[in-house]
Design a protein. Structure first.
Length: 221
């Protein structure tokens, strides 16, 4: 015989005797734990019975294990696209309505509105070099994801060292120079990868450097 009382806050109780059931004692012993657990759950306080909130949706963009990995690769891909003057990649790394403001690096920078203007400015930087040609390196030294604004948009702070060489004018600071700058960027997921939508550049140094003469030109003039 078994007497069961549920919670102190309720007076509900009952008595179970195996001989009163049309079942064998062995079967009664097997189902008793399930019977007690099921009945007990009915009397649980509502706060304990409330289901857990659903897990937040996963953020996935491209074949990357995490948004941070995808955004980091996006920054590297953008730098590679610029330095290699790769037209195919340049069309992928910018959104159609991209806004890029590097006027803080004037007269070496400016404002580009839209993908076409951004790509044209990059190509002009190569075409304006001397007969020996221009080489560039955008070295991404740091990339910090400040905020995942949604599953397909993120704000990222990127630190970059930009070196620009004209082999025919290595002593001319207007054509051979180096900057240390930081970008406050908005990236969006499109076509299975992260693309740059909005960027504002801040010069982190006092001016622009002439790497081969150890000179510093204040104010970028």
């Amino acid at each position: 015989m078994l007497s069961v009382r549920f919670l102190p806050s309720t007076s509900t109780s009952f008595t179970i005797h195996p001989s009163n059931l049309p079942l064998s004692a062995e079967f009664f012993t097997m189902i008793l734990p399930t019977l007690l657990l099921t009945t007990f759950s009915i009397f649980l306080p509502s706060t304990l019975a409330t289901p857990l909130p659903p897990a937040p949706p996963t953020t996935q963009c491209g074949p990357f294990s995490s948004p941070i990995e995808g955004l980091t690769q996006g920054g590297y891909r953008l730098a590679h696209a610029i330095d290699s003057d790769n037209a195919t990649l340049l069309n992928q790394v910018f959104t159609d309505d991209t806004y890029y403001d590097s006027s803080a690096l004037a007269p070496y920078g400016g404002v580009s509105k839209g993908k076409k203007e951004a790509i044209a400015a990059i190509q002009a930087a190569f075409e304006n070099g001397g007969m020996g040609g221009v080489k560039m390196e955008h070295l991404v030294t740091n990339l910090l994801v400040l905020e995942m604004q949604s599953s397909s948009q993120a704000r990222v702070l990127t630190s970059i060292t930009w070196s620009h060489w004209d082999s025919a004018a290595l002593d001319d600071i207007r054509k051979t120079f180096r900057f240390y700058y930081q970008c406050d960027d908005i990236w969006v997921c499109q076509n299975g990868g992260w693309s740059l939508k909005h960027s504002v550049v801040q010069n982190m140094g006092p001016g622009v450097e002439a790497p081969y003469k150890a000179q510093l030109l204040m104010g970028g003039k």
